[in-house]
Design a protein around this ligand. Structure first.
Ligand code: G3P
Ligand code: CA
Length: 349
């Protein structure tokens, strides 16, 4: 399985934008969730384990990028307040070996780096990336901290551009560790190791950096609210002998997939949602085959403003995939996933 060095093309919206004003409708009035990231939360030792939730997990894909720039503290905070169970940090390295939270190691599409003349001479060409750009591994953490985040999608709101700083993995763990979900569970994290082979070739040790960060807050043990994901099977196979935390194999294609083999090193699969259903709405058998091997299925990416034509609205799409049997969803709109689950619960009494 090859690493992906290029970001998937930024898509244009194919359906109506879901207004932020709809968020409140899915939030139970009795929720104990605190709304600010700087407020300490009294931990409930009897808190349910999100791993054994009987409902599909709502995984806040890059925070709340439907509304705010991705991978920002405000975005993660909003996603938690909208009903996420897990927040998803994508991880890359800085020059001085810090894990920071960015979907890509190139920085032009999600930061204001191009507006920093002091970094003009860092713009360069790298193997695996089309054209010139600025890259995380050429910046120290102190330099990264002078940048501000931007909305990646042209069709989404840019009113919060250039307001929020770039987070370290440490900061995201700290943020999650202090928070409880609307459902009363510890907020979990779902880190993705981006380009592990690429960074290994540059001398970075992804596995140690990742596991050390998790252990620092006591989240290195089985039962911790953590899933580790990657598009590269190599790092997951290696991690299997180093951690009992659940590992998720990301898949963009079903070609040559061997579920039995994946089950030897992973606990679940994160497939493109396109792999799960045929055009007539029937199952492709992917979910059933994964479940037969004891693998969870957490598909991506559910975007309420870019719905496939067959769905009238976001609820219809979530309902379809929940009915199909997924165990969780990566979504840019955690509010819509939570609203769908609440509506289903209400229907079933
Ligand atoms: O990580 C699962 C999902 O996020 C797909 O990958 O990072 O390209 O959005 P990504
Ligand atoms: Ca990801």
């Amino acid at each position: 399985m090859k690493s992906r060095l290029t970001r998937r093309r930024v898509l244009s919206a194919s359906s109506a934008f879901v207004a932020a004003g709809s968020l409140a409708s899915c939030m139970p009035k009795t929720a104990t969730n605190n709304a600010r990231t700087d407020e300490p939360v009294k931990k409930d030792t009897a808190m349910p384990d999100p791993h054994i939730s009987t409902q599909p997990l709502v995984i806040a894909h890059r925070g709340a990028p439907g509304y705010l720039p991705e991978h920002t503290a405000k975005g993660y905070d909003l996603a938690i307040r909208m009903g996420a169970d897990y927040i998803e940090p994508d991880l890359v390295f800085t020059k001085d070996g810090h894990l920071i939270v960015r979907h890509d190691h190139y920085l032009s599409t999600t930061t204001n780096v191009a507006d920093h003349p002091e970094f003009a001479d860092r713009k360069t060409v790298k193997d695996g990336h089309e054209g010139e750009d600025w890259f995380s591994e050429d910046f120290t953490l102190a330099e990264i901290k002078t940048l501000r985040a931007r909305q990646a999608f042209e069709t989404r709101s840019h009113t919060a551009d250039d307001k929020f700083d770039i987070l370290t993995f440490t900061e995201v763990i700290t943020l999650a560790h202090a928070r409880i979900s609307l459902q009363g569970s510890q907020i979990g994290i779902y880190p993705e190791t981006k380009l592990p082979s690429y960074f290994a070739a540059l001398g970075y040790d992804f596995e140690s950096a990742l596991l050390e960060e998790l252990s620092r807050v006591g989240w290195g043990q089985p039962g911790s609210p953590v899933f580790i994901q990657s598009f590269e099977d190599g790092i997951l196979r290696s991690l299997r002998s180093k951690t009992e935390l659940p590992l998720i194999m990301l898949l963009e294609s079903a070609d040559g997939v061997d579920m039995q083999d994946i089950a030897t090193y992973a606990d679940g699969i994160g497939p493109s949602k396109a792999l799960l259903a045929n055009k007539d709405g029937s199952s492709t058998g992917f979910i059933e085959a994964a479940h037969a091997q004891g693998l969870k299925v957490h598909p991506w990416t559910f975007r309420s403003d870019m719905l496939p034509d067959v769905f009238a609205n976001a609820q219809a799409e979530f309902d379809f995939f929940f009915d199909l049997g997924v165990d969780g969803v990566f979504t840019d709109f955690a509010n819509d996933a939570r609203a769908s689950l609440l509506a289903r619960a209400a229907r079933s009494g």
